[in-house]
Ligand binder design. Structure first.
Ligand code: NAD
Ligand code: ZN
Length: 379
């Protein structure tokens, strides 16, 4: 391509300060270095993790920064040593990578790559500790190795999953984070047996995908727990059979769920990021066999407190990043689930805005409206 090896000037949504609306700026995007790729982003969407680090209330502030990690795009050019992907390939960026060489990548059980696992505080590339984005020579920092709120971005090759070029990027882009995370948290980690009862805490995109996972796994009762009752109607479409709003009860939600289920749910999946919900999600599982899975990203000072007896009574607590999927190896198969119509992604996409109106996606999330808002880079 004509742009390979050259700096590309393009539009990016820059967060100059915590919590301030993003501003569309012309940025310079340096060519990819060794083991890096430069990707033309076509569609991106907003996930709550972007908002946490943009607000930077309970997180380390790194600014100015280009957020965004849920997206779909096409490889524009590749750096030295890249053999897995080539210009023109369709890819989904992933916030946590897969180097394919470390002990984690070689383990069938882990997706916590030593080299490329999520690092929310790092704003630079791993290779040389520098940013590939700049404005008038001043660096603009990266976010989780993806920074997809830009027409072009540079990523480590281990953070892109090459997918079926037939897959519509405006739909499957949502599989690059939230939906796969929730789906995998249930299917790969909680593993509800057929006919079991599953509680889902938090009915945002991740929680609804976790509910979808429970439905696919054959759970017979799926209990959605959320403080926002407007989520309940939506959640029905994702297999939720019952709902609990903790605010409607004057006893702990753990007790409410135990009363509803003869002692506790078989599995629970926490998708809120709220520490109290995490503790509740653990304490509401049945003794003897219950498994709770934490997915939400906690406040940086959060501490998980529960009585050790809850473990001795044979409850299991687990956590997962990205639903235990290995990004490069497994994500193409999740896309195929969609292509085979076994997984519906359309129902997760409730809004769409042009890139120039990206702040509207933030407003929708702040209001708790809709599930995913697609941001169209080109129109
Ligand atoms: P979201 O804001 O759309 O949904 C969260 C839902 O939780 C909301 O409906 C909210 O009302 C509800 N909620 C908040 N506090 C609650 C409480 N105490 N009890 C019950 N419900 C409560 O967010 P999302 O995009 O669906 O993401 C969910 C979480 O997953 C976030 O913390 C996000 O950062 C995290 N996440 C983790 C991974 C991972 O790999 N582990 C990946 C993506 C997202
Ligand atoms: Zn690795």
């Amino acid at each position: 391509m004509a742009t390979a090896g050259k700096v590309i000037k393009c539009k990016a949504a820059v967060a100059w300060e915590a919590g301030k609306p993003l501003s569309i700026e012309e940025v310079e995007v340096a060519p990819p270095q060794a083991m890096e790729v430069r990707v033309k982003i076509l569609y991106t969407s907003l996930c709550h993790t972007d908002v946490y680090f943009w607000e930077a209330k309970g997180q380390t502030p790194v600014f100015p920064r280009i957020f965004g990690h849920e997206a779909g795009g096409i490889i524009e050019s590749v750096g030295e040593g890249v053999t897995d992907v080539a210009p023109g390939d369709h890819v989904l960026p992933v916030f946590t990578g897969e180097c394919k060489e470390c002990p984690h990548c070689k383990s069938a059980e882990s997706n916590m790559c030593d080299l490329l696992r999520i690092n929310t505080d790092r704003g630079v590339m791993i290779g040389d500790g520098k940013s590939r984005f700049s404005i008038n020579g001043k660096p603009i920092y990266h976010f989780v190795g993806t920074s997809t709120f830009s027409e072009y971005t540079v990523m480590h090759v281990g953070c892109v999953a090459k997918i079926n070029p037939e897959a519509p990027l405006d739909k499957v882009c949502v599989l690059s984070c939230g939906i796969s995370t929730g789906l995998g948290a249930t299917i790969n980690v909680a593993k509800p047996p057929k006919g079991s009862t599953v509680a889902i805490f938090g009915l945002g995109a991740v929680g609804l995908a976790a509910a979808e996972g429970a439905r696919i796994a054959g759970a017979s009762r799926i209990i959605g727990v959320d403080l926002n009752p407007s989520r309940f109607e939506e959640a029905r479409k994702f297999g939720c059979t019952e709902f609990v709003n903790p605010k409607d009860h004057n006893k702990p939600v753990q007790q409410v769920l135990a009363d509803m289920t003869n002692g506790g749910v078989d599995r629970s999946v926490e998708c809120t990021g709220n520490i109290n919900a995490m503790i509740q999600a653990f304490e509401c599982v049945h003794d003897g066999w219950g498994v709770a899975v934490l997915v939400g990203v906690p406040h940086k000072d959060a501490e998980f407190k529960t009585h050790p007896m809850n473990f001795l009574n044979e409850r299991t607590l687990k956590g997962t990043f990205f639903g235990n999927y290995k990004p490069r190896t497994d994500l193409p198969n999740v896309v195929e689930l969609y292509m085979k119509k076994e997984l519906e992604v359309e129902k997760f996409i409730t809004h769409s805005v042009p890139f120039t109106e990206i702040n509207k996606a933030f407003d929708l999330m702040a209001k708790g409206e809709g599930i995913r808002c697609i941001i169209r880079m080109e129109n």
